[in-house]
Design a protein around this ligand. Structure first.
Ligand code: NDP
Ligand code: OXD
Length: 309
């Protein structure tokens, strides 16, 4: 079995070694421009079009991340009949749930405001909030959203979700489709975005959406930078409609050093670390799926190209 590997960053030799250990009978090689030798599977992160163009011979393309926006952007360069398989949790859900719970608790316990006061040497009591008034709305209730919801519920926060299809998750109020978005937003004191980036969700965090949140609401975006219309967020923070934002993803990454977000104290910035691709978990998952495919069995995490995720 031949496997070609490409990632735009990361320790190539270690990925290769772990893939080889997990699939000892496979011949795993790094793909280089001009390599058109036969291959059965591709394991990729942000591959160039030249790698996958004309690769109708592949049995599957494994994406080294949950989000498939970069690979689907290849459009016609992506061979039509070849299944694309994304990472399905692979250790990311627990990281995402930690990150989001931390941000929600920070806003709930007003640590953002205490930090600001401390910078001015101010010792001042701030009225505690009540959890029942601090409802968290999660945009996207897939693999990651469901885990975030579970942890927030265990912390006692009211949780609601928005997705394309309705969900039946104990304790979570499910909203589905465009018709139910306004009602969802109006009741979300914290808005968490964990949607895939598709033509329908690009720019979804704009003034129109964010202004429908209750006054003083917070935004947590851990999905993709292009969900957010950046100037709209800055304006709504300046106008006092939003209380703060925690952003892990940006339209341009790394975030340029002169970007206005760095100067807005109500924005907390992290460098796309909310859920890292873990090599061990990812290799184990991909190797298991390759074995399933070789046995003719179905695998989880198949991307529906018409939906875009
Ligand atoms: P899933 O595919 O499991 O879940 C996606 C969810 O979004 C589903 O509930 C889906 O609805 C919903 N959805 C998609 N399109 C729409 C729409 N137009 N309207 C309403 N709901 C919609 O994805 P994951 O949970 O695994 O990952 C989500 C995203 O998180 C990834 O695509 C990636 O971009 C991002 N991510 C970011 C990371 C980081 O480090 N910052 C790390 C990992 C992922 P339905 O259930 O009805 O299909
Ligand atoms: C992903 C990411 O999509 O790390 O997995 O952003």
């Amino acid at each position: 079995m031949q496997i070609i590997y490409y990632a735009d960053s990361g320790p190539v030799e270690q990925w290769l070694a772990e893939l080889h250990t997990a699939l000892p009978l496979a011949d795993v090689r790094v793909w280089h421009e001009g390599d058109t030798a036969p291959a059965d599977y591709a394991v990729v992160w942000k591959p160039p079009a030249a790698m996958l163009q004309h690769r109708a011979d592949l049995k599957a393309i494994f994406n080294l991340g949950a989000g498939v926006d970069a690979i689907l952007q290849l459009g016609d360069a992506l061979p039509a009949g070849v299944p694309v398989v994304r990472l399905d949790d692979a250790g990311m859900a627990v990281q995402m749930a930690d990150y989001v719970s931390h941000a929600v608790l920070r806003y709930f316990r007003r640590f953002d405001e205490f930090d600001a006061q401390a910078r001015d040497h101010q010792w001042r009591f701030l009225k505690p909030r009540r959890k029942e008034d601090f409802s968290v709305g999660i945009l996207g209730m897939g693999v990651l959203g469901a885990r975030i919801a579970e942890v927030l519920l265990s912390l006692g926060f009211p949780v609601r979700s928005w997705s394309r299809s309705r969900k039946e998750i104990a304790g979570v109020q499910s909203h589905a489709g465009a018709d139910e978005l306004d009602d969802f937003l109006a009741q979300s004191q914290v808005l968490v975005c964990v949607l895939p980036l598709t033509p329908q969700t690009t720019g979804i965090l704009d003034r129109n959406t964010l202004a429908r949140l209750p006054k003083g609401a917070y935004l947590i975006n851990v999905a993709r930078g292009a969900h957010l219309v950046e100037q709209d967020l800055l304006d709504l923070l300046d106008e006092g409609h939003l209380g703060g934002a925690t952003l892990d993803v940006f339209r341009e990454e790394p975030l340029p050093s002169d970007h206005a977000f760095w100067n807005q104290p109500r924005i907390t910035i992290t460098p796309h670390i909310s859920a890292l691709t873990l090599r061990g978990d990812s290799v184990r998952q991909i190797a298991a799926k390759i074995k399933q495919m070789e046995r003719g069995q179905p695998v989880a995490g198949l991307v529906d190209r018409t939906k875009g995720y």
